[in-house]
Design a protein around this ligand. Structure first.
Ligand code: GDP
Length: 446
């Protein structure tokens, strides 16, 4: 879609298709009022007041509806917008949309309403992306933090950083352009200014790992030798009976996955026990063992389970060797069977009685996220992180050049690049391709 010729009038169904109490058809553009006047029995609108009446086609009643008018620029898109609330049946909604299209609107593309809101400066790009995040959020925590982005928290942070950079750039430029009247800034001033900017960028980037985990979820593998209670723990964490639990070693023949909502979506993977001497083990289990090594590689975090009653055995230590480069939590299961002193490094729990399982859930969230999700004020996506990294790199170059007392003319080139990278983040400076790519991830009607 070309952003230059898109200010015609668009329409789409804004609610999910299916049976529901209400269906909403949204129209946006210059002709929104003209179109509704042709098909609605009560079209005298006033701002902030809804009208009740019938949608009609050739004097035939289609549905009894409520119509909400939004007069430009006070609407979601910044244009004239009409929202028709009708009964929620699939065919009613479709019939009304068809009628709207016949009367002069074009079917909206994915994300086109939000794209117009951005192009009409009702929101910046980080807020527009927040709309997609809210729609797609898999957990309530992610939805909450995306709403903070929508309200402009990230936008504010980026603008603050941009202002800091801009202030330094203005001083450098004044020194270059008016050497007689304005002294060029001291190099020490530049060094400390750039250092401060780098730490401001780092502060925004510090939540990146957590943001990514929020978005994609984390993969957590349960690893340990057979019969220590991995499947039982899997079930206890999920409150279900999915994995087969037996007391014969090697009964989990496959990798079983389930999603656990801990604020962040966690994919929990129950694996067949890793153990040596696979030649004694039947073929099916051997395949399962391969799977568990693969799950181990892919996991963001490992729950390493051993039998609390037996303590950490040599066999456990061998498996632990595989984990030396991984984030893991040591779990002593079957605490109900244990007597003696607990190992301070391990989480003691009983998958059988449920004791200690909630404490594990809490620890799991802490380990998976680099910072507490509740303290997160905003999230960033990979596009935004790339822009921030580009800006950081340019400022680092400028810092280095300032430490080496290089010509300020040269330093200003890097400083300008940093500003451009931030402008790309907020959408001040953006190409059609990037924009289309962003809005293609939306759904129709938003
Ligand atoms: P896996 O092979 O590691 O997946 O182990 P399972 O989950 O299949 O459990 C092996 C056996 O240990 C089963 O008989 C379970 O009932 C038992 N078991 C698992 N967790 C506990 C626990 O916390 N306490 C006790 N007493 N038994 C457990």
């Amino acid at each position: 879609m070309n952003i230059l010729d898109e200010f015609d009038t668009i329409a789409a169904i804004a609610t999910p298709m299916g049976m529901g109490g209400v269906g909403v058809i949204r129209i946006s553009g210059d002709k929104a009022f003209e179109i509704i006047e042709k098909i609605f029995t009560n079209p005298k609108f006033e701002p902030r007041k809804f009208n009740h009446g019938w949608i009609v086609e050739n004097e035939k009643q289609i549905d009894e509806v409520i119509v909400l008018p939004f007069f430009a620029p006070n609407s979601y898109t910044g244009e004239n917008v009409i929202e028709i609330q009708c009964h929620g049946g699939v065919n009613v909604v479709k019939n009304i949309l068809n009628l709207v299209l016949k009367n002069g609107a074009r079917m909206a593309e994915k994300g086109e309403f939000t794209k117009r809101a951005f192009l009409n400066k009702r929101m910046d790009l980080s807020q527009a992306e927040a709309v997609a995040d809210i729609i797609h959020s898999k957990t309530s925590e992610f939805a909450k933090v995306s709403v903070k982005n929508l309200s402009g928290v990230l936008k504010e942070k980026i603008n603050e950083i941009r202002n800091e950079i801009f202030e330094i750039l203005s001083k450098i430029t004044a020194g270059i352009d008016f050497p007689e009247d304005v002294k060029e800034p001291e190099y020490d001033y530049l060094v400390s200014g750039f250092e401060k900017i780098i730490s401001s960028i780092d502060a925004v980037l510090s939540g990146a790992e957590t943001s990514n985990i929020f978005r994609q979820g984390a993969s957590v593998a349960i690893i340990g030798k057979p019969n220590v209670g991995k499947s039982s723990l899997f079930n206890a964490l999920l409150n279900l009976d999915r994995a087969i639990v037996t007391d014969i070693a090697g009964t989990t023949r496959d990798v079983i996955k389930e999603t656990l909502d801990l604020g962040i979506p966690v994919t929990l993977v129950d694996t067949a026990g890793i153990r040596d001497g696979v030649n004694e083990v039947d073929k099916v289990e051997q395949i399962g063992i391969e799977y568990s090594k693969q799950s181990l590689d892919e996991a963001d975090l490992v729950l390493f389970v051993y039998d609390a009653a037996q303590g950490v055995t040599d066999e456990d230590k061998e498996v632990l060797e595989l984990l030396k480069d991984k984030k893991y939590i040591l779990i002593a299961n079957k605490s109900d069977l244990m007597s003696g002193k607990p190992n301070a490094d391990a989480v003691y729990l009983s998958a059988l009685t449920g004791e200690g399982v909630n404490e594990l859930k809490q620890k799991l969230t802490e380990k998976v996220c680099d910072i507490n999700p509740e303290s997160l004020d905003f999230v960033t996506n990979t596009r935004q992180q790339e822009c921030l990294k580009k800006a950081r790199h340019s400022i680092e170059q400028a810092l280095l050049a300032s430490q080496l007392r290089e010509l300020q003319d040269l330093i200003s080139i890097d400083v300008k690049s940093a500003i451009l990278a931030l402008d790309e983040l907020t959408g001040e400076l953006i190409t059609d391709d990037i924009l289309n790519n962003i809005f293609d991830h939306f759904c129709i009607g938003k």
